[in-house]
Write a protein that binds this ligand. Structure first.
Ligand code: IMP
Ligand code: MG
Length: 179
């Protein structure tokens, strides 16, 4: 790494959202969730792998009594969404009558999240809300409501803070965009 840039595989990336800005955005979302879920016991359903770092920071700021569970539903390979959505795996918690908050790192086309929601439909949750750190409004092809959005970003490919480029970059505390 030299200065504000990093090379992962064949591509170079430059810092676009510093850790302090990410932290402010996570705090703002946590405040909203704390207000909305007062007296409730939400179940955070964390979508691995990308959301692990965001979820960890977010949940540390949640005051409500809550539970967490992890699922995996990945469709991404390289810098273009393949739109091949795989199965939802790892859900061993009952969602019946629960107030569920799905935690994602990023919503791009929205296809992955739509698929996740569909997979949860028959599980009888009382309420399902969506929390994503990042949202690309110009790439979004769907029309469902995203309840909690940390930051809206342009259509650039990004890495860091849990997000990867072919497996690399998840450890970076800042978010980088492709140069
Ligand atoms: P969607 O189905 O197009 O909304 O893509 C959602 C998934 O693609 C996310 O959960 C990420 O794993 C991945 N993804 C989308 N955009 C990016 C990006 O800019 N960098 C890294 N991963 C991304
Ligand atoms: Mg993801």
């Amino acid at each position: 790494m030299k200065g504000n840039t990093v090379k992962l595989h064949d591509k170079e990336f430059r810092v676009s959202i510093p850790a302090s800005v990410i932290d402010n955005s996570v705090s703002a979302m946590a405040e909203r969730i704390n207000a909305d879920y007062e007296g409730k016991k939400p179940l955070f359903l964390i979508v691995l792998n990308g959301a692990f770092m965001f979820a960890s920071d977010l949940i540390k700021k949640i005051d409500a009594e809550c539970e967490i569970t992890f699922v995996k539903l990945s469709s991404y390979s390289g810098t273009n969404s393949t739109h091949v959505v795989r199965e939802l795996i790892g859900l061993d918690e009952s969602l019946e009558d629960r107030d569920v908050i799905i935690v994602e790192d990023i919503i791009d086309t929205g296809i992955t999240m739509e698929n996740t929601i569909q997979k949860l439909k028959h599980l009888k949750a009382r309420d399902v809300k969506i929390a994503t750190l990042l949202f690309k409004p110009n790439a979004f092809q769907k029309d469902y409501t995203i309840d909690y959005i940390g930051m809206e970003i342009p259509n650039d490919f990004i890495v860091g803070y849990g997000l990867d480029y072919d497996g690399l970059g998840r450890n970076l505390p800042d978010i980088y965009k492709i140069i």
